[in-house]
Design a protein around this ligand. Structure first.
Ligand SMILES: [Zn+2]
Ligand SMILES: [Zn+2]
Length: 258
């Protein structure tokens, strides 16, 4: 879940926590878009100078809601070459988990940015999807992350390739399994043009067959989105065979039955 510090979300951590208590969740996690090596990289993330403020706000939410387990995390943009920076970020606080995310398929273009669809116009959908899954696979192999965010984010605006993407999914999922990483079932896709959970049923099915553990995320950017569509997410996971999800505490994984 996100906070106003990324400049495109509303609701302080303590307000999102209050909503979680209201709807009966036992555990939540904050994973703000983590800082980049330069604060002028883009305008939709935590600034490095605000990292401690973010952590303090999560601590405040914990103090306000002692009955709720609140995890401290970051959603970190994976870009090849930034591994050293990510490792440094990882050491700054006692993160419960780091979510590896690919938004940038080149150093300057984020494929999910509604204000910049240039990359979709300059390449075929298959080229973008291939570049996306190449980076996502590298993120899984990097050893930097406990789980991988919204695994088929590239479908957000419905630019679907005509080519078969099964090999891209398979390569990514095998890397996830082999490197002891998990994958997120993220309900935010239901709120986008694609109107589908990230990832779609085919990938969830393939993930189960590959032995990939899952986490559940609402990717809430507002209090009303906390735990949104979890009923559908759980039903999707169950329908392909999942019986457990995983949680992380100071980056150690634990399987939980559902
Ligand atoms: Zn966001
Ligand atoms: Zn994201």
């Amino acid at each position: 879940m996100h906070t106003p510090l990324c400049r495109h979300a509303t609701g302080e951590p303590t307000e999102l926590a209050a909503q979680a208590v209201r709807i009966g969740l036992a555990e939540i996690g904050f994973s703000e878009h983590g800082p980049m090596p330069r604060d002028d990289w883009d305008d939709w993330r935590l600034l490095e100078t605000e990292l401690d403020t973010y952590v303090e706000k999560v601590h405040q939410a914990r103090r306000d809601h002692p009955q709720l387990t609140i995890k401290l995390a970051l959603e970190v943009d994976f870009i090849p070459g930034l591994e050293g920076w990510i490792r440094e970020l990882a050491g700054r606080h006692l993160w419960d988990y780091l979510i590896g995310a690919v938004h940038y398929v080149s150093d300057s273009w984020a494929l999910d940015n509604p204000n910049d669809l240039s990359g979709w116009k300059n390449s075929t959908a298959f080229e973008v999807w291939t570049a996306y899954f190449d980076r996502l696979t590298l993120a899984a192999e990097s050893g930097l992350f406990q789980t991988i965010a919204h695994p088929d984010l590239c479908k957000k605006f419905c630019f679907y390739p005509e080519e078969d993407c099964t090999p891209l999914f398979a390569r990514f999922l095998n890397a996830v399994q082999k490197h002891g990483v998990a994958m997120e079932i993220n309900t935010a896709g239901l709120r986008k043009d694609c109107r589908e959970i990230y990832p779609g049923r085919q990938m969830v099915q393939m993930a189960w067959e590959a032995g990939v553990p899952i986490t559940f995320g609402s990717d809430a950017h507002a209090p009303g989105e906390v735990g949104m569509n979890f009923v559908e997410a759980i039903a999707l996971a169950r329908s392909v065979g999942y019986t457990h999800w995983c949680r992380f505490t100071q980056r150690r994984r634990e399987m939980v039955k559902f």
